[in-house]
Design a protein around this ligand. Structure first.
Ligand SMILES: Cc1cc2nc3c(=O)[nH]c(=O)nc-3n(C[C@H](O)[C@H](O)[C@H](O)COP(=O)(O)OP(=O)(O)OC[C@H]3O[C@@H](n4cnc5c(N)ncnc54)[C@H](O)[C@@H]3O)c2cc1C
Length: 393
C-alpha cells in the first residue's frame, strides 16, 4: 500500500500526545497523516506495539508540586469541553481529587500561583471529610474539586483522532518500522509494507519513540503493574462519589506512593477500583521485544500483593469480589518533563516522555508540539528549555 501523496505533516503514534497534535495540525492543514495502530484485541498474542493509554482511568488535576506540570494540566483541562463538543465523545468525570502528603507547602504554593481551588484537611478533619478512607496520622489532605477528576485515556484518544479526521486528517492504522530523513521530506515505512512521505514528521510513539531513532533519546521505560478490584453493586453504590487519590507514603518497603481511581465501568461490563504505585522500577523494558514480553505478562505479582494490602488499609472493610492485574509502561525523561523538541530542523520533531503524568495534559503537550512543527520555532510563553531533548551518551 502507501500513497504517492506527500503529506504536509505526519504524526507517528496514535496515542494521547500524537492524537492531540494531529487535532491541532489538522485544524491548520488539510494534509495530515496520523499513523499508528489501534489497541490490539488480544494482548497475549499481539506481536506489535502496545501503549500507555490502554485503560479506562487516568487522574486529572491541576495541583502538582511541579509548576510546569500544573500549568500544562490547567491548559489541557480547559480544552476538555471543546474536545467533547467537537468529537461527541465523552471522556471526563468530575470526581475531584485528594492528595495526601506529609509536606503540603510546595503543592499549596503552586496551587495559589495558578489560582487553583483546593481545601486543606488534616487528621480528624480529613477523616470527617472522607469517612471511607483511612490514612496514617500526621498527613495533610489537599482536596481539589472539579475540574479535578479522571479521564478515560482510551476515549480521549478516540475523541482527538475523531476530530482530526473530521478536519481532514488521514488515520493510517499501521506500525512504523523506520524513518528516513531525505532532502525535502521524511519517508515512513511500516510493518504492513507501506511507505508514506511527509514534509515534516512528529514522532510521538510513547515508550517506543527511541526504537525508531538511530541516536537514542534519554528515555527510560518503567514497567508498571495495576491492580483492579471488582466491586459488587452495593459497594459500587457506597463508593460511587469518592475522589481520586494520590497518597505519598512514608516508610513503605516497596513504594513511595500510590494512586487510586474511583469505581469505573470497564469494557467487560464490570466495575473496578484501580490502584497503582509509584515505585523503584522492577524492570525497564526498552526494546520492542522487551516491551512485548512485558505486555504479554499479567504484571508483577509482588507489586500486586503490596497494592492489595494498601487498598485494604486505605479503604477498611472494602468488599471486592475479585482482583486482577494488568501490565503498563511509563516513559520517563531525566527531568520528568516531556521532550518537545526538534530532532532535525524543518523535518523531524519529537513529543514523548510523559513521565507517568501526561494523560491529563496530553492536549497541551500535543498543542506545543504542533506549534513547533507548524512554525519551526518556539513561540510559547513556557520556556522551550524545559522540554529540550537529551540523548544517551
Ligand atoms: C499505569 C499507568 C497509570 C497512569 N496514570 C496516569 C494518571 O493518573 N494521570 C496522568 O496524567 N497520566 C498517567 N499515566 C501516564 C500517561 O498514561 C502517559 O504519560 C501517556 O499515555 C503518554 O502519552 P504518549 O502519547 O506519549 O504515549 P501513548 O499513549 O503510549 O501513545 C503512544 C502511541 O504510539 C504508538 N506507537 C508506538 N510505536 C509505534 C510505531 N512504531 N508506529 C506507530 N505507532 C507507534 C502506540 O501504539 C501508542 O498508541 C499513567 C500511565 C500508566 C502506565
Amino acid at each position: 500500500m502507501g500513497t504517492d501523496q506527500i503529506f504536509d505533516y505526519a504524526v507517528i503514534g496514535k496515542g494521547l500526545i500524537g492524537s492531540a497534535a494531529a487535532r491541532y495540525l489538522s485544524a491548520t492543514s488539510d494534509s495530515v497523516a496520523l499513523i499508528g495502530p489501534d489497541e490490539p484485541s488480544n494482548w497475549q498474542t499481539h506481536d506489535g506495539v502496545f501503549a500507555s493509554h490502554y485503560d479506562e482511568g487516568r487522574i486529572t488535576r491541576i495541583l502538582d508540586p511541579d509548576p510546569v506540570w500544573a500549568a500544562l494540566a490547567k491548559r489541557a483541562i480547559a480544552q476538555y469541553p471543546a474536545i467533547k463538543r467537537e468529537s461527541g465523545i465523552s471522556f471526563y468525570h468530575n470526581s475531584g481529587g485528594l492528595r495526601v502528603i506529609p509536606d503540603p507547602e510546595p503543592v499549596q504554593a503552586v496551587g495559589h500561583d495558578l489560582d487553583v481551588t483546593f481545601h486543606t484537611h488534616t487528621d480528624e478533619a480529613l477523616r470527617q471529610a472522607f469517612p471511607y478512607y483511612r490514612f496514617p496520622e500526621g498527613l495533610t489532605g489537599l482536596f481539589e474539586p472539579e475540574p479535578a477528576g479522571y479521564i478515560s485515556p482510551r476515549a480521549l484518544v478516540r475523541a482527538q483522532a475523531a476530530v482530526a479526521q473530521q478536519q481532514g486528517a488521514q488515520i493510517i492504522r499501521e506500525r512504523a518500522t523506520s524513518l528516513q530523513i531525505q532532502t525535502t521530506e521524511v519517508e515512513i515505512t511500516t510493518a504492513e509494507g507501506s511507505s508514506y512521505h511527509a514534509r515534516k514528521a512528529l514522532l510521538a510513539a510513547g515508550a517506543y519513540t527511541s526504537t525508531l531513532l538511530d541516536r537514542k533519546l534519554d528515555l527510560t521505560n518503567r514497567a508498571r503493574t495495576i491492580l483492579l478490584a471488582e466491586l459488587p453493586p452495593d459497594e459500587q453504590d457506597r463508593l460511587k462519589n469518592i475522589p481520586t487519590v494520590i497518597y505519598t507514603m512514608q516508610g513503605h518497603p516497596a513504594f513511595d506512593g500510590i494512586y487510586m481511581l474511583p469505581p469505573i465501568r470497564y469494557p467487560d461490563g464490570k466495575v473496578y477500583l484501580k490502584i497503582g504505585a509509584n515505585c523503584p522500577p522492577p524492570q525497564t523494558p526498552q526494546t520492542f521485544e522487551a516491551l512485548k514480553a512485558w505486555f504479554h505478562t499479567r504484571g508483577d505479582a509482588t507489586e500486586a500483593r503490596h497494592l492489595k494490602d494498601i487498598l485494604f488499609d486505605i479503604i477498611p472493610g472494602l468488599n471486592a469480589v475479585s482482583f486482577h492485574t494488568q501490565p503498563c509502561v511509563t516513559c520517563y525523561t531525566p527531568t520528568k518533563r516531556p521532550f518537545i523538541d526538534t530532532l532535525k530542523e524543518n523535518r523531524l520533531y519529537v513529543a514523548a516522555g510523559g513521565s507517568g503524568s501526561a494523560a491529563k495534559s496530553s492536549d497541551a503537550i500535543g498543542h506545543l508540539a504542533a506549534q513547533l512543527v507548524l512554525t519551526s520555532t518556539w513561540t510559547d510563553s513556557l520556556d522551550r528549555n524545559l522540554f529540550k531533548t537529551s540523548f544517551v551518551t
